[in-house]
Design a protein around this ligand. Structure first.
Ligand code: F6R
Length: 359
């Protein structure tokens, strides 16, 4: 069943390129994005979007908030479901309530969805499991078509969620007449390239395997990035924590100097996400500051950077989201290789369950 892979997680990392193609099938058209499953009046009267999710799905939601505001020009708030439930949230009828869940069963997310429904909001679930509690409840469902995900650490569920949300930001942009044909075509072109950017090359896998030898000795890890690469940094840190039990934090790169940089020393490993196509110079100066304080720096980037101690080279790409997906694969492989070296059960990490159906 593992098709020759050592773990389901490894198999699922390698599957991403194909499942993302499935996920885009029929939705990514020549000249537009189509979601036939959505009620065509879904945006009528909608002034803002609220997103609720947990864990990795929350990271997909955070990524989406950048894309919804950038493309659709709709204000977007993202809240962790367990926080949302008890904060006495103000729910406006003019907001679209989106929940994101691989399983469709996560207790906190499901309760948040119920609250939104009871308050009369329009609801949409982005989910991998048809006929789950959330798809039965929400007004609208978009299935991510990732196939069964066995590894407890989520991989292909996240990549398909992110692709759906990116497509949705463009679909909404078009519906609201907020995007030029030229920009839309560029985005569609980039979307077509996503499956390629998710292909695992032998070279990349080998590089993460070699790095894992030293990185398992890190006292702590900072994953840093800006814009959508900040949620990606959170996701990289979560993967490492979950399966290798090493302490890791994801941070917006520009926030380091407001406190966390005090921790910098050679035993602290910084994994810096440095895309060529988005705020390169800004993140570069954040990394320079960390390097000046002797943190050990690993940069993931298409561009070599003289201050990095280690460098994982990604492909040059025409769009930052393509860099995002390739870096995602690198982060997944790196945490998996460290976990394997530590002798952990990659697919069944301690203390974790695949589906969290209790509060
Ligand atoms: C992390 C992971 C969890 C889930 C979270 C939400 O790898 O798998 O953080 O993302 O428990 O689960 P779903 O998406 O099923 O609601």
């Amino acid at each position: 069943q593992k098709d020759g892979f050592r773990f389901f997680m490894e198999k699922e990392i390698y599957e991403q390129s194909n499942v993302v193609s499935d996920c885009m099938l029929g939705r990514l058209q020549d000249e537009e994005i189509l979601f036939e499953e959505l009620d065509s009046s879904i945006l009528n009267g909608i002034k803002e979007i609220n997103i609720c999710a947990c864990g990795t799905s929350y990271h997909a939601g955070l990524t989406a908030s950048y894309l919804f505001e950038r493309h659709s020009k709709i204000r977007c708030n993202v809240v962790i479901a367990s926080e949302f439930r008890y904060k006495e949230p103000l729910l406006n009828k003019n907001s679209l309530f989106i929940v994101i869940s691989q399983s469709g069963e996560t207790a906190d997310t499901l309760e948040a969805l119920k609250m939104a429904k009871n308050a009369g909001l329009k609801t949409l679930v982005i989910c991998n499991v048809d006929n789950s509690s959330m798809t039965r409840l929400a007004d609208n469902t978009i299935l991510t078509r990732a196939g069964i995900e066995k590894g407890v650490a989520s991989t292909k569920a996240f990549s398909t969620q992110t692709v759906v949300l990116w497509m949705l930001s463009l679909y909404f942009a078009k519906q609201n007449d907020k995007i030029s044909q030229e920009v839309l075509q560029k985005e569609l072109h980039a979307l077509r390239e996503v499956p390629k950017s998710l292909i695992v090359s032998d070279k990349m896998h080998e590089k993460t395997r070699r790095l894992s030898k030293r990185y398992l000795h890190g006292h702590g890890f900072f994953f840093i990035g800006r814009d959508v690469f900040f949620p990606l940094a959170l996701e990289g840190a979560l993967k490492l924590k979950e399966i290798s039990y090493l302490h890791a934090e994801g941070y917006p790169a520009g926030e380091m100097k407001h406190g966390p940089i005090a921790l910098a020393d050679p035993e602290l490993f910084t994994i810096a996400l440095m895309p060529e196509n988005l705020l390169y110079d800004k993140i570069k100066s954040n990394v320079e500051e960390l390097s000046a304080r002797d943190s050990t720096i690993c940069t993931i980037s298409p561009l070599e950077f003289e201050l990095s101690d280690d460098f994982i080279k990604t492909q040059e790409a025409s769009h930052y989201m393509l860099e995002f997906f390739e870096m995602l694969v690198v982060l997944q492989l790196l945490s998996m290789e460290i976990s394997i070296r530590l002798g952990n059960d990659v697919d069944m990490p301690r203390n974790l369950a695949k589906s969290v159906t209790v509060e």
